[in-house]
Design a protein around this ligand. Structure first.
Ligand code: GLU
Length: 487
């Protein structure tokens, strides 16, 4: 029984981006380590040279960093069990694989891919599971050595004993059982001399003193091979926790075809890291109550592996947007303004200078009406530029011949005032409506269209106060021109 302080790891293969499923695995490992006072390490599984992507490790680390998921040991944070890049550990795998060979748990295989293909076709035609037929198991040590020194292509395979059962406990799934008859004699060392995932993963988990293996369900079918490897090496088997699959809304496996799967995509779309992390935490885990809003600290407090479900977790984008709005609103005005400035810098308004004071007012007017910061630009452009087109339906409904006269009266009133507060605009409007004997709405509605170009949005007094008297007057005058052109 393993009872030392937990050591867990996130062991991604660098594919060029961080998959949201990978983020969930990293997050659960991180939460578990934080909660238990354990150590969380990052190991890069980069032994598949065919899949090597330039810059992938850096972008993966950046994405984790952006999410606030910090590791204790890993690339750039060397601990006692490094290196943390598998491509820098090839000698270690070689050394251990020889041990397996000597004790008969592994054997060299020289079968060509042609032979393997024919074998697979025959097995498929016979309706049996495609498996290597242990053809090379009977080769003598001498014969194998000779063929290797003759430069023949070869791999190293795990010798899986037929007719046995592999049984292991999974923290999430309970007892899991596999028959060895269903397991192929896994390749451990490929013909290019690199280890496969299975060999490198088991050796590293052991040498890095990993106590709990928390990873996605897609690895569950590999686990019996790993258990057999631990047993062959005579090593203690860590505890396993296989996390449920992530599903599209139609319950198919989460795929690129149905939406974004990269953390970077969500970041580019303006999702907040706090919201994404909160959302991903709920993909397969609940504290057992209705609570859905969590900060990272609250997640650390509430998380436990025992409360992770077996059933697949549906990736519900609406919930993610809702959480984004919730997290956004809990940011201070100054923080949202900072984010807004970043959006503005990338926008068509990048050359216009807006003061922080101005943007703070815009943010306060809009914060309850948005789920994303970029919606401030999309939904209330009128804070950044005067309307140049006006919503057709709003014009039709709100701009009558009389409204030009009403707006004119209101403009005249504003001209006589300082307008230093929102209330000044409101009082001026009421003064006009009283004098004209009309309802406040009869000025408010056309005024809103005049200053914003649209029929909805924050309170009209907020808008006019924020854009200021001069700009309000300019926009009113232009609208009067449009309503009843002076000719
Ligand atoms: N390298 C594997 C991956 O890309 C790691 C699986 C595991 O955690 O064992 O996800």
């Amino acid at each position: 029984m393993i009872c030392e302080t937990p050591r867990v790891r996130f062991a991604p293969s660098p594919t060029g981006y961080l998959h949201v499923g990978g983020l969930r695995t990293a997050l659960y490992n991180y939460l578990f380590a934080k909660k238990t006072g354990g150590t969380f390490l990052l190991r890069i599984e980069d032994t598949d040279r065919k899949r090597y992507v330039e810059g992938a490790i850096e972008s993966l680390i950046n994405s984790l960093k952006w999410c606030g998921i910090d590791y204790n040991e890993g690339p750039g944070k060397e601990g006692n069990v490094g290196p943390y890049l598998q491509s820098e550990r090839l000698d270690i795998y070689k050394h251990h694989s020889l041990h397996l060979l000597e004790q008969g748990s592994a054997y060299y295989c020289f079968c060509t891919s042609e032979r393997i293909n024919i074998l697979r076709e025959q097995q498929e035609a016979a309706g049996t599971q495609p498996k290597y037929d242990k053809h090379c198991l009977t080769l003598s040590k001498k014969e194998a050595a000779d063929r290797i020194s003759n430069g023949e292509n070869h791999v190293l395979r795990l010798n899986i004993p037929a007719g046995n059962k592999v049984v292991f406990d999974d923290i999430i799934r309970g007892k899991v059982e596999f028959s060895t008859d269903t397991i192929d004699d896994q390749i451990l060392i490929k013909s290019d001399g690199y280890p496969t995932y299975h060999l490198a993963n088991v050796i590293d988990d052991h040498l890095m003193n990993i106590t709990h293996i928390i990873r996605g369900e897609e690895w569950l079918s590999s686990t019996p091979k790993h258990v057999l490897l631990y047993q062959s090496f005579g090593w203690e088997i860590p505890l396993f926790a296989h996390l449920p699959l992530l599903l599209n809304a139609d319950r198919s496996k989460l795929s690129k075809r149905q939406g974004d799967v990269a953390v970077e995509d969500y970041r580019a779309k303006g999702f907040l890291k706090e919201a994404l992390v909160n959302f991903v935490a709920l993909l397969g885990w609940t504290a057992g109550d209705d609570k859905e809003y969590y900060s990272l600290e609250e997640l650390v407090e509430a998380f436990s592996l025992e409360r992770v479900n077996k059933a697949g977790a549906v990736f519900d984008l609406q919930k993610l947007s809702w959480l984004n709005a919730e997290h956004l609103r809990r940011n201070s005005t100054a923080d949202i303004t900072r984010m807004l400035k970043e959006e503005l810098a990338e926008s068509e308004y990048s050359s216009i200078l807006f003061t922080d004071e101005y943007l703070n007012l815009v943010v306060d007017a809009m914060r309850e009406r948005i789920s994303f910061v970029h919606e401030i630009l999309e939904n209330s452009k009128y804070f950044f530029t005067a309307p140049d087109d006006y919503d057709e339906a709003a014009i039709k409904k709100r701009w009558t011949t009389e409204s030009a006269m009403y707006l004119n009266k209101y403009a005249g009133e504003l001209e006589t005032l300082q307008c230093t507060s929102k209330e000044d605009y409101e009082h001026a409007l009421h003064k006009c409506t009283d004098e004209l004997g009309i309802k406040a709405a009869q000025i408010i509605h056309p005024l809103r269209v005049a200053v914003s170009g649209v029929g909805g949005g924050p309170g009209v007094y907020d808008i006019v106060f924020i854009i200021g008297k001069e700009e309000t007057l300019r926009r009113i005058r232009r609208s009067i021109e449009l309503i009843s052109p002076s000719r």
